[in-house]
Ligand binder design. Structure first.
Ligand code: NAD
Ligand code: IPM
Ligand code: MN
Length: 351
């Protein structure tokens, strides 16, 4: 029997709806196998912040460090400023555990309609490799003269040679395995210090890999991802560019509700974290219609990362089965199903 310790943080809003769905699929997919997860659940959330003044306890990161993996729903609530909830939980986890690769696959499933013309989205199967620990997400900067006409806000981006090199290498290696090339997102025509630095490191690392690659400015890249998304395979981008590209590409294949992510510490020194790309969606929270596929697919990525691709594949067979039928899709995918019905369909369809 192989046993993993899994930390589960459902969080806020629909995070508390899609996480139990993902856990029930995990339980069904591992039943009768020699794979076992012992689960500890944490109530770290905006609710906790409002009750006790912090999103997680002071030793929260130390406690998470004891686990083999972390499953997160989403955090964020209308009555707590987003920078408080996100810098109080999600971003510290990504940084403390050096989860410097945020892997976000994007695929059009049979039965799902893209908002694009059908012939454009048909063959979309790409993956975004997002830098996840530095870049535009930085605390360097500040606000001065608040309330005065002279008020100013400054935010520094921080790109390090080590930080850019390691994520770019990961992307080149992935592109080399997938065999359809690499696109690097840049903005070196407008952002004069950090983006030329990014480009230079990409070009240097390209010398070490046999991969076709090109650089695209982020603005033009967004347009091309709408006009011809199937032309892309691996896309590597900085923290903010990768964030934006992942919601854009998720929409191209139907809905942000199905998009998964793996925050990876590739060396395995620290636990990796798996979470849907979407947030807590306060606009639909409590209505039992949240699409659980993003969380379920993230769980498949976790099982795969832990070294059990056959179990991950079973989960993805269930996902594909549920997505093929309107009655077992949620309303964001023009379905008539709800969270529970979709989850049951995934379980029934496990390979
Ligand atoms: P969001 O992803 O929560 O919602 C955007 C839109 O997509 C909404 O209309 C929502 O209803 C819809 N949507 C999202 N997930 C869905 C699902 N599974 N099924 C069906 N529809 C879905 O983004 P937002 O509105 O920008 O953010 C809401 C809150 O979530 C904010 O507090 C934000 O900071 C937070 N957030 C957290 C995370 C995270 O914890 N990882 C990620 C993104 C946003
Ligand atoms: C994501 C989210 C987060 C991010 C926010 C909530 C800080 O949008 O995981 O994509 O930008 O990383
Ligand atoms: Mn995002």
């Amino acid at each position: 029997m192989t046993t993993y310790r899994l930390a589960v943080i459902p969080g806020d809003g629909i995070g508390t709806e899609v996480t139990p769905a993902a856990l029930s699929v995990l339980a069904a997919a591992t039943a009768g196998t020699d794979l076992q997860f012992t689960i500890e659940e944490f109530d770290w959330s905006c609710r906790r912040y409002l009750d006790r003044g912090a999103m997680m306890p002071e030793d929260g990161l130390d406690r998470l460090g004891q686990f083999d993996a972390i499953l997160l729903g989403a955090v964020g609530a209308p009555d707590v400023p987003d920078h408080v909830s996100l810098w109080g939980l999600l971003i510290p986890i990504r940084r403390a555990f050096e989860q410097y690769v945020n892997l976000r696959p994007v695929r059009l499933f049979d039965g799902v309609t893209s908002p694009l013309r059908p012939e454009l989205a048909r063959d979309v199967d790409l993956v975004i490799v997002r830098e996840n620990t530095e870049g535009e997400y930085s605390r360097v900067g500040g606000r001065l003269y608040e309330g005065f006409a002279t008020e100013v806000a400054m935010q520094e981006s921080v790109f390090t040679r080590t930080g850019v090199t390691r994520v770019v290498d990961y992307a080149f290696e992935l592109a080399s395995r997938r065999g359809r090339g690499l696109t690097s997102a840049t903005k070196s025509n407008g952002i004069v210090h950090t983006m030329p630095f990014w480009d230079q490191i990409v070009a240097e690392r390209a010398e070490l890999h046999e991969v076709d690659w090109r650089s695209e400015h982020i603005d033009a890249l967004c347009a091309k991802l709408v006009m011809n998304p199937a032309a892309f395979d691996v896309i590597v981008g900085s923290n903010l560019f990768g964030d934006i590209l992942s919601d854009l590409t998720a929409a191209v294949v139907g809905s942000i509700g199905i998009a998964p992510s793996a925050n990876l510490n590739p060396e395995g020194t620290f636990p990796s974290m798996f979470e849907p790309v979407h947030g807590s969606a306060p606009d639909i929270a409590g209505r039992a219609i949240a699409n659980p596929i993003g969380a379920i697919w993230s769980t498949a990525m976790m099982v795969d990362h832990l070294g059990h691709p056959e179990v991950a594949e079973r989960i993805m067979t269930g996902v594909a089965t549920s997505l093929a039928t309107p009655a077992t899709r949620t309303p964001d995918l023009s379905g008539t199903g709800d969270t529970r019905g979709v989850t049951e369909a995934v379980v029934a369809g496990l390979g």
